[in-house]
Design a protein around this ligand. Structure first.
Ligand code: ADP
Ligand code: ZN
Length: 747
């Protein structure tokens, strides 16, 4: 019999220890690991997790005296929210991603489930004044009351109002600024029935009943063999866009459901569209969707239904990997290369790694699908940790579009002007519109830093040690390598052609819409960027209009590259591939290859075919040359060699430590301490430590940012470094330290 007079409690705070509390007699029944408890902590009550029952000796100190332990305040919920397997998985996450067990446990259960009230109504907020008045007020508040101003800005984008809890999350504030606005008559708060499933309206799309191609047969057979044997297997499904990957997901899930087990399908947030859901609903009756657009109450209902065994298939973005299915049979990760699978706040887990780990522990299969595998997964396949399955052709007669590179250095020399749109791109788009077809133009705004290139030969400046694009540091008149911090003067002469003519590459995206109006008079334009994405409706509306052919040319950021299916699109332009090639990140080439492959996937989905025009000052760049030929395998081979040469992943494993402080020097000094202690702790040859250096994004919310990047030769060394860093970060004063294991973003 377990003595339950004491309980170990983990709290969702970045302190890596469990705390011991007493359990009053009457609370002992029903208290099991995985159940939530409320405990006094400092001056407050905090909700934490019961993780076990320590020995009675815990209550005695070294001198044999009774320790002064506080009792827990309450036992929460009607039972445990997490089972033993999830407790263990959370512990693995804590060790792997340098967070506390409590933080990892809380990440496993959506906030809506943890936050009490299960009522059928929620408090909704909406504007109580007309939009113009709200805009004026928002502008007036912008200086001194940024939160209130932000709340109004968000409400302006949600004409129908927003659940109070969602508004709080979107505006990153407490309820208080919203309640103040209500008191002043700008916002109205009212109870409303909770919204239903936002995907309920989507008509299930019936299975087409196609017969699989031989390649599809082979791939499906491999996955179902693992499912049928109930033995863990990990697969990488590499198939070009439109090669029938989803067809394989659906059929593999069929085998899982036939066994009475469940499947989890992870998709990037952006591709969780009504169309995607409809396809799964057409095949399976009991599909649960976990989506960030759900209200807390709705998410809670879905979560409980899943736990009660009422769903066979769960679809959702990265956090759906924690869905409480009882018998996991298969996890599918669609678009596995997507960086949105990595969480950017604690716990900074990667859903791909968690999926593989959870599947391994449950004897389930895991299937990673993509047209452009991450180099991490590609390398894992080469080493046999993932089994590679390939689909090399489009199904149903579609052909991949022609990809053309336009040399913008030559273009500028020949036209003697600095146009955003090359003659070739204008020609291709015009032709499409003339044939009543449609065009998409991508403008990539990720290039937050300015790079330097030669207007004569197109040479761009890179770090000699890191092979990463250096960026201009205007105030110092220097160029800076962000990973290693090396700074040097801006060269007067081009290192490529020894001629003067080094110039900045700016994004210039604001001008694109104007340029389009001038080049395509009379064409109907629509623009979509991430600001519009605050509002899912606006996003759906623009896409809806484009789908109904009410728009000829769609301008947008990379986000519109994903998963959309518009058969009438025959012209696609990448306005500046350089914006993504010159991001100061070792993955810039990989991201650019993915971008071009993804946008190429948008064109030529029908018999009409299509053309993709990629504008660049570096037409000889490996990523672009291979993208031109749709040659991922060739690209991966060259890029892997490059990564090995410059010691970047997957040849190494990274840990990034970001130090921020209000004082620039304080941040820098703290970062130096981190770097020094890592250099001391890790034996020569096991790891190298880059930095400290300034982060590419130098300042966020008045805090200066410095980082240290550790490159470990392998995972054990990486783990050792993480262990070391966890002890160190606990001592931080004045400066905030975050540890990011396997970072996907070095900004
Ligand atoms: P992907 O997920 O790789 O983009 P999909 O699975 O969505 O590809 O397939 C693209 C289209 O081709 C879908 O409409 C699908 O129903 C159809 N399809 C899939 N497999 C076949 C096949 N073997 N024969 C004919 N059509 C197929
Ligand atoms: Zn460098």
């Amino acid at each position: 019999m377990v003595q339950k007079s004491l309980v170990s409690v983990c709290l969702p705070i970045p302190v890596p220890t469990a705390f011991t509390y007493r359990v009053p007699e009457e609370s002992r029944e029903g208290l099991v690991p995985g159940r939530r408890v409320r405990v006094p902590f400092g001056k407050r009550d905090v909700d934490g997790w019961c993780v076990g029952f320590p020995d009675r000796l815990e209550a005695i100190d070294e001198r044999g005296r009774e320790r002064d332990l506080k009792p827990i305040s309450a036992v929460l919920d009607d039972g445990p929210l997490l089972d033993g397997a999830m407790l263990d998985l959370a512990s693995w996450i804590a060790d792997t991603y340098a967070c506390s067990w409590g933080e990892a446990l809380s990440a496993c259960v959506p906030a809506g489930v943890r936050s009490g009230a299960d009522s059928a109504t929620v408090l909704f907020a909406r504007l109580a004044v007309d939009p113009d008045a709200a805009r004026v007020e928002a502008a007036g508040l912008a200086e001194r009351f940024t939160k209130r101003s932000r709340v109004l800005a968000i409400l302006l984008e949600h004409a129908d109002g927003l659940a109070l809890r969602d508004l709080v999350r979107a505006a990153q504030c407490s309820e208080s600024p919203i309640r103040t606005l209500a008191k002043h008559g700008f916002v109205e708060l009212a109870e409303r029935q909770v919204a239903g499933d936002p995907f309920a309206g989507a008509k299930p799309e019936a299975p087409a009943g196609v017969s699989l191609t031989p390649q599809q047969e082979v791939a499906l057979e491999a996955v179902t063999a693992s499912v049928d044997a109930r033995v863990h297997g990990a697969f990488l499904l590499h198939g070009v866009t439109g090669s029938g990957k989803t067809e394989i997901y659906l059929r593999a899930i069929q085998s899982v459901v036939a066994q009475g087990r469940q499947a989890i399908v992870l998709v990037p947030e952006i591709s969780l569209t009504p169309q995607t859901v409809a396809r799964f609903r057409g095949w399976f009756e009991r599909v649960a969707v976990l989506h960030s657009a759900l209200t807390d109450a709705e998410r809670r209902r879905q979560w409980r239904a899943i736990r009660a065994g009422e769903a066979d298939v769960v679809i959702g973005p990265r956090s759906a990997i924690f869905a409480p299915v009882a018998q996991l049979g298969l996890v599918v990760l669609d678009e596995e290369h997507e960086t949105s699978f990595k969480q950017q706040s604690a716990p900074r887990y990667h859903a791909r790694e968690v999926a593989i780990e959870r599947a391994r522990r449950s004897g389930a299969a895991v299937l990673l699908g993509t047209a452009t595998p991450s180099l991490e997964s590609w390398e894992a396949a080469r080493r046999g940790r993932l089994r590679l399955l390939s689909l090399s052709e489009r199904v149903g007669g579609g052909v991949l579009p022609r990809v053309e590179l336009v040399d913008m250095v030559r273009e500028r020399q020949e036209t003697k002007a600095n146009y955003l749109l090359s003659r070739r791109l204008v020609h291709v788009v015009r032709n499409s519109i003339k044939r009543r077809e449609q065009a998409i133009l991508f403008l990539n705004r990720r290039g937050f830093a300015t790079s330097i290139y030669c207007t004569r030969c197109g040479t761009t400046l890179r770090c000699r040690r890191c092979s990463v694009a250096v960026t201009l540091h205007r105030s110092h008149g220097t160029v800076l390598c962000h990973p290693c911090g090396e700074e040097r003067p801006v060269p007067r002469m081009c290192p490529g052609c020894s001629q003067p003519g080094m110039s900045r590459i700016g994004a210039g995206t604001e001008r694109l819409e104007d340029a389009c109006r001038a080049a395509f008079p009379g064409a109907r334009l629509a623009r979509m960027d991430s600001d519009a994405m605050h509002d899912r409706n606006a996003y759906e509306q623009v896409l809806g209009a484009f789908g109904r052919r009410e728009v000829d040319i769609l301008l947008g950021t990379q986000m519109i590259a994903k998963g959309l299916h518009f058969p009438n699109v025959t012209a696609v332009g990448v306005v500046s591939a350089d914006a993504s090639l010159l991001v100061p990140d070792f993955r810039a080439s990989e991201r650019t290859f993915q971008l071009v492959a993804q946008v190429a996937g948008r064109a030529g989905r029908s018999a009409a075919g299509g053309t993709v025009v990629v504008q660049t000052v570096q037409p000889g760049h490996t990523a672009l040359r291979h993208a031109e030929r749709h040659d991922f395998v060739g690209f991966a081979a060259e890029e892997l060699a490059e990564r090995a040469r410059y010691r970047w992943p997957p040849a190494t494993r990274l840990v990034r430590v970001v130090v921020t402080a209000r004082d620039d020097r304080a941040a820098m000094e703290r970062a130096r301490e981190v770097a020094d202690s890592l250099r001391l702790a890790l034996p020569e040859g096991c790891a190298d430590v880059l930095g400290p250096s300034r982060c590419p994004i130098e300042r966020v919310r008045h805090r200066f940012r410095w980082h240290v990047v550790l490159r470990a030769v392998d995972e054990p060394v990486q783990r050792a470094a993480v262990l070391r860093l966890r002890r160190l970060s606990a001592k931080a004063r004045g400066a905030d330290i975050t540890i990011d294991v396997d970072p996907v973003d070095l900004g």
